[in-house]
Design a protein around this ligand. Structure first.
Ligand SMILES: C/C=C/C(=O)SCCNC(=O)CCNC(=O)[C@H](O)C(C)(C)COP(=O)(O)OP(=O)(O)OC[C@H]1O[C@@H](n2cnc3c(N)ncnc32)[C@H](O)[C@@H]1OP(=O)(O)O
Length: 143
């Protein structure tokens, strides 16, 4: 049996990530994080970066601003022949810009606020899968 495969990325949204009025971050920024999460999940499961074939659900549930700390998580929910179905969440764990007169004021969100939720499917072609029968990646195969 293959152990549960999960991945986590935590980072701060920078001023470069602000795209809209009020320093609002583009929703595509969260999808870029999910792409990196998916890549790690595939490397851990199959020893290959794979390809994202489709999102079947993307929900932007709360706004993200420059200065916020975001924790993105993902897990594989189903392993098919070449397909790997995944579920993703991005949560705001620290909120910045909370005081109109004190730009450095910020607070920890407990519990975190889910800002983006998505499900999707990635593909690793059979000839690129390097998972052994015991569920571990065969590190010896190259080229
Ligand atoms: C980790 C992140 C990476 C990226 O972001 S990469 C950048 C964006 N992605 C791409 O550029 C990928 C471009 N697309 C492709 O190159 C091809 O397209 C694929 C290689 C991804 C797939 O091509 P083929 O293998 O010929 O497709 P099939 O044989 O029709 O399906 C393979 C498996 O994928 C499932 N599938 C196909 N379409 C969908 C869909 N729309 N939603 C959910 N699943 C889908 C099928 O069922 C099957 O699965 P089963 O092998 O396990 O039976």
């Amino acid at each position: 049996m293959t152990a549960a495969v999960e991945s986590v990325i935590r980072l701060r949204m920078s001023e470069h990530d602000a795209h809209y009025g009020g320093r609002l971050v583009d929703g595509a920024r969260m999808l870029a994080l999910f792409g990196d999460i998916a890549t790690e999940l595939l490397i851990r499961l199959d020893g290959d970066e794979g390809l994202f074939v489709a999102y079947d659900c993307v929900e932007f549930r709360a706004p993200v601003y420059a200065g916020d700390y975001i924790e993105a998580r993902g897990r594989i929910t189903h392993v098919g022949n070449t397909s790997r179905k995944m579920e993703f969440t991005a949560s705001k764990v620290i909120e910045s810009n909370i005081h109109p007169d004190v730009p450095s004021a910020a607070r920890v969100l407990d519990p975190p606020v889910v800002v983006t939720y998505a499900t999707g499917t990635c593909v690793v072609p059979k000839d690129r899968q390097r998972r052994t029968a015991s569920g571990t990646v065969d590190g010896g195969a190259r080229g």
